[in-house]
Design a binder for this molecule. Structure first.
Ligand SMILES: [Zn+2]
Length: 431
């Protein structure tokens, strides 16, 4: 890494600006669902980035299922071209936040600054990271106006609900084509000294067992779908859960428990819908259940194949079927995401790693996320594999009440991002 004092100084003097920008972003409640104020936040960012010399495009994900006249899915892509053609470094942040929930002691959209921490929904996940990348880019451009290549900053919709109207949409338009963009950093809150290389895979599926309806007083005349599902759950406890717990991945997934294959049963529903009584109490129908459904959320490892993951569940269901007269089932896929992991020697990884050492005087830790984020679309649709998540904020605070991000952490991360830009986009050593 080359000389960096001037650049880090350019970041440090932007402290108040970074605080103000983060607070402004938090004060726009971009709640998803339903997808509020996406245009407002894109307009704020557009004004800001145009002032800094970026060319800005606002892109609505028309025709995607979540886009509507009431809640249009707006995305922003801003580009700053340097003095000479070269590689493009892209910072991608999602601008949506999850619902507020209970337990707050501060205004979730107040952007309150207290003891060096900015509070609010999205402070950590990930408006703090978005503001950090903007400050880093502006400090870099100011210090190296004659740089080679280009910088892109995007603020995208709907990451919290799958990213189909956000990064996936942009990727389908060729925005993450490796011919256009060479390095991607997603400033998700993984902590300022950690580099997130990717995430585990996901398979969501619905399993339904079937029975035959009858009077609840004479259950022998029917066939209970709930009892059939009970047999499925028994088999899962007996054979599948112990098997999954034995599998360990070489991926550095955090927290530790997520280094195994995991399976969650997200929901269960059996029987007829409950009837609303005259006194507004819900009463169950007095019937034998003819249907029972569960939704499973299976997180799989890079060492596992999706086909094998599915076959394991089907084999289990077939075993139950062979043992239980009258047992029938149906299984329906809901969601599939392949695991992804950028190589440790990829250029963006090596560069950010060196920048972390320079700014924080510590070795960067490589991690993999237990859940997915927008890297999946950049990897699969964009076919761009030089991509990481790196940003300020503590992951455990995401989606929690009184969510916050530390100003110091944002400044440190901005330093790391600015040095990364310098290393990738300044060809000749500058004094
Ligand atoms: Zn996030």
């Amino acid at each position: 890494m080359r000389e960096s004092a001037a650049l880090l100084q350019a970041v440090a003097v932007r402290r108040d600006d970074l605080i103000a920008l983060t607070r402004d972003l938090i004060r726009i409640p971009t709640l998803n669902p339903p997808g509020r104020n996406y245009r407002e936040i894109c307009d704020l960012l557009a004004a800001r980035l145009r002032t800094s010399g970026f060319t800005v495009e606002l892109i609505r994900a028309l025709g995607t299922p979540a886009d509507s006249a009431r809640y249009p899915r707006w995305n922003l892509v801003a580009r700053y071209a340097g003095a000479h053609p070269g590689e493009c470094v892209h910072f991608n942040s999602h601008h949506d936040v999850v619902e507020v929930g209970h337990g707050w002691t501060v205004d979730p959209f107040g952007g309150e600054l207290r003891n060096g921490r900015i509070h609010g929904r999205g402070a950590c996940d990930m408006k703090g990271g978005l503001a950090t990348s903007i400050i880093a880019a502006e400090a870099f451009i100011n210090t190296h106006p004659d740089f080679t290549g280009s910088i892109e900053i995007s603020a995208t919709a709907d990451e919290e609900s799958g990213g189909h109207s956000g990064v996936a949409y942009l990727a389908e338009q060729g925005r993450f084509d490796p011919a256009r963009v060479q390095h991607v950093i997603i400033p998700e809150p993984l902590n300022k000294d950690r580099i997130c290389l990717g995430h585990r895979g996901v398979w969501w599926a619905e399993i339904e067992t079937r029975g035959r309806i009858a009077h609840g007083a004479m259950p022998f005349l029917g066939d209970s779908a709930i009892r059939h599902m009970g047999a499925v759950l028994d088999e899962m406890e007996r054979a599948l859960y112990p098997l999954l717990a034995t599998r360990r991945t070489a991926m550095p997934v955090v927290p530790e428990g997520a280094r195994s294959s995991t399976l969650n049963i997200n929901s269960i529903h059996g029987g007829e819908p409950e009837q609303q009584g005259e006194d507004h109490t819900a009463l169950p129908a007095p019937c034998v259940a003819d249907r029972c459904r569960i939704v499973i959320d299976r997180r799989f490892l890079i060492e596992e194949e999706l086909a094998q993951v599915k076959a394991e569940v089907t084999t289990m269901l077939e075993k139950v079927k062979a043992e239980r007269p009258g047992f029938t089932y149906e299984i329906t896929d809901i969601l599939e995401v392949q695991p992804t992991m950028t190589k440790e020697d990829a250029p963006v990884v090596r560069t950010v790693q060196a920048a972390i050492e320079k700014v924080l005087h510590t070795r960067a830790e490589f991690v993999v996320s237990p859940g997915t984020y927008d890297q999946k679309h950049i990897d699969r649709i964009g076919r761009l594999h030089n991509c990481i998540a790196y940003g300020p904020g503590i992951l455990d605070l995401a989606h929690q009440p009184d969510e916050w991000v530390s100003v110091e952490d944002m400044l440190d991360s901005a330093g790391v991002m600015a040095l990364t830009l310098q290393e990738l986009l300044v060809t000749a050593p500058t004094g």
